[in-house]
Design a protein around this ligand. Sequence first.
Ligand code: 5GP
Length: 203
Amino acid sequence: MNKDRGLLIVLSGPSGVGKGTVRKAFMQDAEEVQYSISVTTRKPREGEVDGVDYFFKSHSEFEEMIENNKLLEYAQFVDNYYGTPVDYVEETLDSGRDVLLEIEVQGAKQVRNHFPEGAYIFLMPPSLTELRNRIVNRGTETDDVIDNRMGVAKEEIELIDQYDYIVENDQVELACERMRAIITAEHLRRDRIAHHYKNVSEV
Ligand code: 5GP
């Protein structure tokens, strides 16, 4: 019997909600899920490793990937490009393994056009006040920048109807547990597995 195609899982949500933190915690004990490493033009932060956290590229290298249709989706975010290499996603799904993308909302919208059958998860802050606190605690931004980020986050939250699931990020471990429950259920969907049972004969 051929192996079923893997499941595409898209984790998205407003900036500052903790997508990266939840994704890293989730991947620590998710042997059956492969994380799709994105390509970006942003400079590596301290401790980040090329080919582990991102594939770090120049602007022209990134634009070449766009022209050669090497990206499943891409978006511009705070002056940099971010994108998902298409070959890795297709090959991994074809091999029967699940793939997790952790991307911002514009990219998630593009992916949905190609993969309507994926599982789209929106990571939600417990409240807007909590989101503001997280953005404030994260860095040294001025009040103006923080207000601007909050404005963007509110617009991003309005895209929630494009998702199948809402996972609140009140605690990272609880958010991971909810993601695991979603993935388990997605693998039991009738439309994914009914064909295995249709020709069952009595022995
Ligand atoms: P950071 O620079 O903090 O690593 O990421 C900034 C934002 O880009 C985050 O919201 C992250 O989820 C998003 N991001 C990371 N990789 C991709 C990608 O391949 N495509 C898109 N559209 N967004 C991405």
